[in-house]
Write a protein that binds this ligand. Structure first.
Ligand code: F3S
Length: 385
């Protein structure tokens, strides 16, 4: 591949992987079974990104199952979202280039809910940080926090350098987090992840004292840990597959009820939201069921986006949840989310969401944020501002 015998795109990709491997001291490459590529929104890629993808698409093709992260708009209903024509044209050019490269354009940050679900101990190359944490911690698959280009290079070669979280020794915990706070919702896990991510930075936290956690809690925790810190993996005693009991001899920290209150307060600015969105990371079917129940017989009075993958939306259609959600006037935002869509240039100023990760990035985009539980986000959306 490196010699160029398999084409120019493959050669370029292998050069990226070899350079990475040399930087991190990898002894060799390893085959990957699944890839997830970030860097899909035109807002982040720009024209230079489109050019790069088009060049690769001249003779490069995905060799393994490869899916995409959310794009800057719903690929079908973008007008409904208020996206401008110029942005839409460029975004569709990006998608077109990825399609030519053979990647599946299921644009979601929860690929594990949409048909890209690797098994325990499989080597993969994913780049959406929340999905990386979920894959390593909950699924027990093995991936580093790839950048968009290195994940794409893994897709076109079917390989990644063997270092970091692909190796047993780097998957062990290096800080114990004693959880004293009573966690009652996915939002509490999100707030805790945001707090702990700041403390442990790029460590591997091992949580003790958590009674149980379902998909929604684990998804929220994964996203938050990866946004305030550089976490790629965590363990929860009794919950995640690689967590061993009796961890000792490493640093210990705690997360108390007071920390939880502080974390929540720190994620709230002032102001009445003119935009409300849930689904960061993209909603599960369970969350759509809950939202649908809350919206029964109600009408939405503010811009309200529910972000999820097309795959989960299809399941929601079959169960009748979507019909009730759409009847309320709420908008499904498929293929995209409140952070990667250009909502700051659409005149919105204050966003309410139930995700600490979304709060973090929306602030970076110059917006004010309110961190509310899912129920409050939905019910406030039915009141005028
Ligand atoms: Fe997904 Fe967007 Fe959040 S990509 S994890 S919904 S910031």
């Amino acid at each position: 591949m490196l010699s160029g015998k398999e084409g120019r795109a493959t050669k370029k990709c292998m050069e990226i992987l070899v350079a990475l491997g040399e930087i991190y001291g990898a002894e060799r490459l390893v085959r990957v079974s699944s890839v997830q590529v970030s860097g899909v929104s035109y807002k982040n890629l720009g024209d230079a990104g489109i050019e790069f993808l088009r060049e690769l698409a001249e003779d490069g093709r995905a060799r393994v199952k490869s899916t995409l992260n959310p794009a800057g708009m719903d690929l079908v209903n973008w007008r409904f979202q208020g996206i401008g024509e110029d942005f839409a044209r460029k975004q569709l050019e990006v998608i077109d280039a990825y399609e030519k490269l053979g990647l599946e354009t299921s644009c979601t940050c929860t690929p594990y809910l949409a048909g890209n679900e690797p098994h325990f101990a499989e080597h993969i190359a994913w780049s959406e940080s929340s999905a990386v944490v979920y894959a390593n911690s909950v699924l027990g698959a093995r991936t580093n926090r790839e950048g968009g280009p290195s994940a794409l290079a893994a897709s076109l070669t079917g390989r990644t350098p063997l270092y970091g979280y692909h190796l047993d020794e780097n998957r062990l915990p290096n800080v114990v987090v004693n959880v004293g706070a009573r966690l009652k919702s996915a939002e509490d896990f999100s707030a805790m992840g945001y707090f702990v991510g700041k403390v442990v930075k790029n460590g591997v936290p091992h949580f003790i004292g958590i009674k149980g956690a379902g998909l929604e809690e684990l998804k929220a925790l994964s996203a938050a840990l990866a946004s305030s810190g550089g976490v790629a993996m965590f363990h929860i005693e009794g919950v995640t597959p690689e967590a061993k009991g009796g961890v000792s001899g490493i640093e210990t920290t705690s997360f108390t009820g007071r920390d939880l209150r502080e974390a929540r307060a720190g994620l709230n600015d002032s102001g009445d939201p003119d935009f409300i969105s849930v689904g960061c990371p993209h909603c599960s079917l369970e969350e759509l069921a809950k939202i649908s129940g809350l919206l029964r017989g109600r009408k939405v009075k503010r811009e309200f986006w529910i972000c999820c993958s097309r795959a989960v939306k299809r399941q929601s259609d079959e169960r009748g949840y979507s019909r009730r959600i759409e009847a309320s006037g709420a908008k499904f935002a498929l293929d995209t989310c409140m952070v990667v869509a250009p909502i700051e240039s659409m005149g919105y100023e204050v966003v309410a969401t139930n995700s600490a990760k979304a709060c973090h990035y929306l602030r970076n985009n110059g917006l004010k944020v309110r961190f509310w539980p899912l129920r409050r986000c939905v019910l406030e959306a039915t009141k005028a501002n």
